[in-house]
Design a protein around this ligand. Structure first.
Ligand SMILES: Cc1cc2nc3c(=O)[nH]c(=O)nc-3n(C[C@H](O)[C@H](O)[C@H](O)COP(=O)(O)OP(=O)(O)OC[C@H]3O[C@@H](n4cnc5c(N)ncnc54)[C@H](O)[C@@H]3O)c2cc1C
Length: 420
């Protein structure tokens, strides 16, 4: 027997960092939200919520603050007061300082587990968000006035109908595939080895981005004197270093990064992520919007992926709440005009960040001597050019381009309206 469909205004597929942030943001509106997640959110073993830490840009910090989430994570967030960019074996280094930019921090490091827990705790308190988990989307059908999903929860089949479906189901998005939305992909043939470790010298809020002939290493400040390492290597080298014991691994990391923070005294559990850039050819389909890494997945070199995703969340939430304000009870959250406004607003930023991170990998990945000299000089010149640095800093802080209300510190809705 076909199960009776449950009806919602918005159904979000995927409760990783992007999907759970959107569910939380929309809980401030009268919309009825469904959040479908394949894993058990209480076990927090999701890809988004593992031992990784996320470098949050200032713009993202402000969005989380406006959403009321920041207070729950602030104690475990580490401010980045300096970003130090260098190239191993070459002269020249660039420093971006929070003090020069007139901000208390250039961004904040927060462990994904901490952010994920805060988001899911808040969702649990919201009466207009229904969590359907663990349940996996199996197929999707577009009707004239709604989208219908079929999901499996163990042996139980469920049918969910919504006016708008949001694909927040990550890099290998099933929603995107079901709708036949294409992708443009670049396989970097690289993997990121991630771990937390404890250095001899206090990080003092410094983040290091170090380009080596084998790939970039980011060392980012964490709480309790720890740092998070994101070490990019060719896939075969990553497999090799994953086999090393802790002492051998610590030596290898030390050799690649150098001694700016003294010796690495302890190294934590490691995990690897294969790296590829992916851009969906369309940000929307009929009654469907793509957000987060389902829409764009970038190399982690500049820590931009989740920041980009949170801007998707803030913009989609704003477009939906504007639709409610304008149309009241007649609001259609999956209408062509809602989808068009979302796609038009987000496309430029997504393209820019995807090209910027891809360009960094290409630029620093070519190991020829004259280019290496130019790069060294470029880094030094960049260090002496406050204008260029300020522009880059504003961009990586998530403060450039057209800002959403949430990024400007303004609430999504000042009073509940529309469907109330
Ligand atoms: C090594 C590394 C370091 C990074 N560092 C940073 C950083 O410092 N700063 C930054 O901004 N970004 C960073 N990123 C990027 C960031 O982690 C991603 O942008 C972010 O995790 C994307 O979140 P998401 O919710 O879009 O996707 P995901 O985290 O992949 O979540 C997708 C969710 O959908 C669920 N799902 C999938 N399929 C289905 C289905 N069929 N049915 C139901 N549910 C489904 C999954 O279980 C999962 O919970 C980094 C990434 C990597 C790999």
């Amino acid at each position: 027997m076909t199960p009776v469909a449950q009806n919602y205004d918005v159904a979000i597929v995927g409760g990783g960092l992007a999907g759970s942030a959107l569910a939380h943001a929309l809980s401030a509106t009268p919309l009825r939200i469904a959040l479908l997640e394949a894993r058990d959110p209480r076990k927090l073993e999701q890809p988004s919520f593992d031992a990784r830490a996320t470098a949050l840009a200032n713009g993202s910090q402000r969005v989380l603050d406006t959403l009321g989430i920041w207070d729950d994570v602030a104690d475990e967030a580490t401010p980045i007061t300096c970003i130090h960019v260098s190239e191993r074996g070459r002269f020249g280094a660039a420093r971006i300082l929070a003090a020069d930019e007139g901000v208390p921090a250039l961004g904040y490091l927060v462990e994904n587990r901490v952010l994920g827990e805060a988001l899911w705790r808040s969702i649990d308190r919201e009466s207009n968000v229904t969590v359907i988990a663990p349940a996996t989307l199996e197929s999707i059908e577009t009707l004239p006035d709604a989208v219908e999903f079929h999901a499996a929860s163990g042996r139980r089949a469920q049918t969910i109908r919504a006016r708008l479906a949001v694909a927040a189901d990550g890099l290998n998005s099933r929603v995107r595939a079901e709708l036949g939305i294409g992708t443009l992909e670049d396989d970097y043939a690289q993997s990121a080895v991630i771990l937390n470790c404890r250095p001899e010298v206090a990080h003092a809020g410094r983040a290091f981005e170090r380009f080596t002939p084998n790939g970039p290493i980011a060392i980012l400040p964490l709480t309790c004197g720890r740092v998070a390492a994101v070490w990019t290597l060719s896939t075969s080298d990553a497999e090799r270093v994953m086999q090393l014991d802790d002492a051998e691994f610590g030596d290898a990391l030390q050799q690649a990064f150098g001694y700016r923070l003294g010796r690495f005294l302890e190294v934590g559990r490691r995990a690897t992520y294969p790296l590829r850039r992916l851009r969906s050819t369309d940000l929307t389909g009929p009654r469907v919007a793509l957000i987060g890494s389902a829409a764009v997945n970038v190399h982690p070199v500049a820590g931009q992926g989740f920041n980009l995703a949170l801007r998707d969340v803030a913009v989609l939430a704003e477009v939906l709440s504007d639709e409610l304000l304008a149309a009241g009870r007649d609001a259609d959250s999956g209408s062509a005009s809602v989808l068009e406004r979302y796609a038009t607003w987000r496309l430029d930023d997504q393209r820019r960040v995807a090209s910027f991170t891809h360009g960094l990998i290409k630029f620093f990945g070519i190991n020829s001597m004259p280019l290496a000299v130019t790069r060294g000089v470029g880094l030094m010149a960049f260090d002496l050019l406050p204008g260029a640095k300020a522009a880059l800093a504003r961009h990586t802080m998530g403060l450039s381009g057209r800002l959403s209300r949430l990024a400007r510190g303004l609430p999504l809705v000042s009073n509940r309206s529309g469907l109330d």
